[in-house]
Design a protein around this ligand. Structure first.
Ligand SMILES: Nc1ncnc2c1ncn2[C@@H]1O[C@H](COP(=O)(O)OP(=O)(O)OP(=O)(O)O)[C@@H](O)[C@H]1O
Ligand SMILES: [Mg+2]
Length: 315
């Protein structure tokens, strides 16, 4: 359990960065943080892992204020992936990198080596490769693997997919979603609302050092005020669900023209429903509305009655 109680924080003790932040994240949840650049998301993440302490208010991990937890105690509870993997990676080989967390905790034993070997196998890493010569996606996977291997009950991931191509993004999210399925609490900062919609059960939206909205992914991402305030581009599925009620009027006005749009929406919803439906994103509502809408057959243009004399000609 992670809890922020009226947290105010700064880097220099003067300029306020977090201006009274409250939220709670339960065990095993998958929560995404979204919001504008400079909103304070990374700062909030640093407070969770104890890199930064609040000026006032409390950050509690399992009911204990981070100010009372030793760095090693926090490291056992929270794994942290930095916004930039290059800030994380510091060793000469992939294997050393994966062992680093255990070394830092003074827990480099046979069991740790076994866990590292298992993760090398699982991720298909070359243990002797130089981490800095890997491409961006592979470096990100290595940074993520070095967190996964520690098996902390909470992982905090600051923009784990930023800068990755689609294939690498899928790989990274698959690892994260496996962690969540295994019971790990996942806290993820993410600017890509498609990724958030596909994976997060809940979203906390920040703007200018404050939480401006929080709730289930679908509810938050279809709130026009939230979208505007935090400059969020809603995922396609939300666009569709927002557009659906407008289709009633269009259907009444010109059923044939509306049919194409509805069919496109239907295909989009089906495609999205078929995509790995991880997390708690609600597709049902959009699908339900579409079900009630007329199908393509019902929207065929009415047959134009052929004049009786032309029937003769046609014969
Ligand atoms: N180490 C630091 N020292 C001083 N100020 C900082 C430091 N890191 C961040 N800030 C400031 O704190 C504010 C919030 O930054 P933060 O990195 O938490 O935002 P963010 O929501 O993560 O933004 P982004 O989406 O761009 O990553 C910004 O105004 C930033 O300039
Ligand atoms: Mg950030």
């Amino acid at each position: 359990m992670i809890e922020f109680r009226d947290v105010r924080a700064s880097y220099d003790g003067r300029i306020p960065i977090l201006k009274g932040v409250d939220f709670a994240i339960g065990q095993g949840e998958f929560v995404a943080f979204a919001g504008t650049n400079g909103a304070g998301k990374s700062t909030a993440m640093r407070l969770i892992n104890g890199l930064l302490k609040p000026d006032s208010g409390q950050v509690l991990i399992d009911g204990v204020p981070t100010t009372q937890l030793k760095t090693s105690e926090l490291a056992h509870r929270v794994g942290f992936l930095f916004q930039n993997p290059d800030r994380q990676i510091c060793c000469g080989t992939v294997r050393e990198e994966l062992l680093f967390g255990f070394k830092a905790l003074g827990e480099l034993d046979a069991q740790a080596e076994q866990r590292v070997d298992a993760i090398i196998e699982r991720f298909g890493f070359d243990p002797d490769a130089d981490p800095f010569l890997l491409n961006r996606g592979a470096r990100q996977l290595l940074a993520l693997a070095s967190i996964v291997v520690l098996e902390t009950p909470v992982v905090v991931l600051d923009e784990p997919t930023t800068g990755l191509d689609f294939r690498e993004c899928v790989k990274v999210m698959e690892v994260i979603s496996q962690l969540h399925r295994a019971g790990t609490t996942v806290v993820m900062v993410c600017h890509d609302m498609e990724v958030v919609a596909d994976f997060a059960e809940r979203v906390i939206v920040m703007s200018e050092g404050r939480v401006v909205d929080q709730g289930s992914t679908f509810e938050v991402l279809r709130n026009p005020r939230t979208l505007e305030e935090a400059h969020l581009v809603p995922p396609q599925i939300v666009d569709i669900s927002l557009a659906l009620p407008l289709m009633d009027a269009r259907l009444a006005e010109s059923p044939v023209a509306a049919a194409d749009t509805l069919n496109e929406m239907q295909v989009a919803v089906e495609t999205m429903a078929g995509r790995a439906p991880v997390g708690g994103f609600v597709l049902e509502e959009a699908a339900e509305r579409l079900q009630g809408a007329p199908g393509p057959q019902e929207l065929q243009p009415p047959a134009v009655p052929v004049p009786s004399d032309s029937k003769e000609v046609l014969r």
